[in-house]
Design a protein around this ligand. Structure first.
Ligand code: ADE
Length: 226
């Protein structure tokens, strides 16, 4: 999978996408991430990419021309399955969207700043809008990093134990069960006996029950009795 990210602060994306599992995915050639500085498509020598909004009001708007030129330059080399704009007024990101995106080949992600991007880019170029939650970030870069991470780890071969992505919270609309490691007795707080029983069927049943209980307690909105 290849993801091209258009940003006015590319530095914000460097670290989150260069360590741990994202580093492994990129080193193995399973995930290519290219971050493009929008200023290379600025409208003048001052690097201008934003302007005052028509109709008045505080806050700048990202101009259509640099964004359109950025997208069309990228499209010269390949076709993209989705052109994503990360914005707090988009549909909320979840595991099912991450799963769907992990099946795509090439994606563009546009990171907004200030008051956002000119509406005409949303209408004529953007194919999918995503919010990562009901709060406003100072720019789209951290949202883009969240999406790349959630999608990248689902690509086949990225995780060592491929089943572990299937056991994640949310994959079955269930939160993950509790986990423990050594020592079995830490300050008198003991690991549940069943996990020490060596009986894989009983352990699987226990984990499932715990996952259901945890989901009922903490996220009743996810839980259904079906
Ligand atoms: N940009 C600013 N806030 C955002 C959010 N919550 N999700 C996606 N992009 C954003």
């Amino acid at each position: 999978m290849r993801i091209d990210i258009i940003s006015v602060v590319p530095e914000l994306l460097e670290s989150p996408l260069s360590h741990s599992i994202m580093k492994r995915a990129r080193d193995k050639g399973l995930l290519e991430v290219h971050v493009h500085h929008l200023r290379q498509w600025a409208v003048n020598e001052y690097g201008q990419v934003d302007d005052y909004q028509y109709g008045g009001g505080a806050g700048m708007v990202m101009m259509p021309e640099p964004l359109a030129n950025a997208i069309e330059t990228l499209q010269k080399d390949r076709t993209y399955d989705e052109i994503i704009y990360v914005t707090p007024d988009g549909p909320r990101f979840d595991q099912s969207t991450a799963n769907q995106l992990s099946l795509k080949g090439n994606l563009i992600i546009i990171c907004g700043h200030y008051k956002g991007i000119d509406e005409r880019i949303r209408q004529h170029f953007v194919t999918k809008e995503i919010s990562i939650g009901d709060y406003v970030l100072s720019g789209g870069e951290l949202a883009a990093a969240v999406i790349v991470d959630a999608v990248g780890r689902l690509l086949p071969g990225v995780l060592n134990d491929e089943t572990s992505a299937l056991m994640d919270s949310f994959q079955d609309n269930l939160l993950a069960p509790p986990v423990y490691t050594r020592p079995s007795d830490f300050r008198g707080w003991k690991v549940p006996d069943i996990l020490m029983s060596g009986d894989p069927l009983k352990i699987a049943d226990w984990r499932y029950e715990q996952a259901v209980q945890r989901t009922k307690d903490r996220r009743p909105d996810l839980h259904s009795d079906q």
